[in-house]
Design a protein around this ligand. Structure first.
Ligand code: ZN
Length: 277
């Protein structure tokens, strides 16, 4: 895979320092990031990737000496100034909707200030307000320092792996032992998972129930696909399959499924009880 390297500054909230992060982006990650809906989802479930969770929460910092930095606190004055700017724009939008500035101004303001997919078709003044208040708060905050992405999620400490662009916190194999087990367990069904996603998309498109431009539809489809997959591949039914094949002992099955040996023997007892009934 061809890799490109780019260095960028980011704020490390744990060290309270600016650090250089190399953006190593493989072809696989570039392809994922270029898809305007898929980029924010974990490969294995409907949760956001660690990386997209971080992009939703930028910080404003003040640089100190020797690459130290601290987060600029959001004082009352920042909130007040942001509200004032937001109110002025909301008023203008309201008037634009009434046609005061010609036929195109309301649409232009939407394009300029709002995240259209996120608004889910709601072009009301309230929908505009919700977008603009958040945006103005960040803009006002950013005037008092430098807006940056952080290098990690809250709770992640020094020495932890950097945020994954492919997986959520519970599926990033470099995050914890539990996450590695979940990754190993679910990665084996990634093809089936994506088959389910495709199948469910065709159902919801036929039903007209979930528009494709709505990010929530994508989350819904992925959640539903995962539910159906789990029902199909419950550990108990898989352990049954492995036992019938007769090529693996309990410890091997446990390793294969990424569960404990105790879980396997409990499942075998459940299966035995079921077949005895
Ligand atoms: Zn996940």
């Amino acid at each position: 895979m061809k890799k490109s390297m780019k260095m960028q500054d980011a704020f490390d909230p744990y060290l309270e320092r600016m650090v250089s992060q190399s953006e190593t982006s493989s072809g696989r990650i570039k392809a994922k990031l270029s898809d305007s809906y898929a980029w924010c989802f974990c490969e294995l479930c409907e949760k956001p990737t660690e990386y997209s969770a971080i992009l939703e929460a930028p910080k404003v910092v003040k640089r100190l000496q020797r690459r130290n930095a601290k987060v600029v606190s959001r004082r009352e004055t920042i909130y007040a100034a942001a509200q004032e700017r937001a109110d002025a724009l909301i008023l203008r939008y309201e008037q634009a909707c009434e046609g005061k500035f010609g036929p195109y101004e309301a649409a232009r303001m939407l394009m300029h200030y709002c995240d259209i997919p996120e608004m889910q078709g709601d072009r009301s003044v309230d929908g505009f307000r919700e977008q603009i208040e958040r945006k103005m708060l960040f803009a006002e905050w950013a005037r008092h320092g430098e807006p940056v992405w952080t290098t990690r999620l809250p709770g992640q400490t020094d020495g932890d792996a950097k945020p994954s662009k492919l997986y959520c916190e519970t599926h990033n194999p470099r995050r914890s032992d539990d996450a590695r087990r979940a990754y190993q367990r679910d990665r084996r069904f990634i093809l089936e998972y994506h088959d389910f996603i495709e199948k469910i998309w065709s159902q919801v498109i036929n039903a007209g129930s979930h528009p494709t431009w709505d990010i929530e539809s994508h989350a819904h489809v992925r959640r539903e696909a995962r539910r159906q997959l789990q029902a199909l591949k419950s550990p108990t039914s898989m352990i049954g399959d492995f036992l019938t094949q007769g090529t693996m002992n309990q410890a091997e099955i446990a390793r294969h499924l990424g569960v404990s040996r105790q879980a396997v023997s409990a499942a075998i007892r459940r299966l035995a009880k079921k077949s005895a009934e």
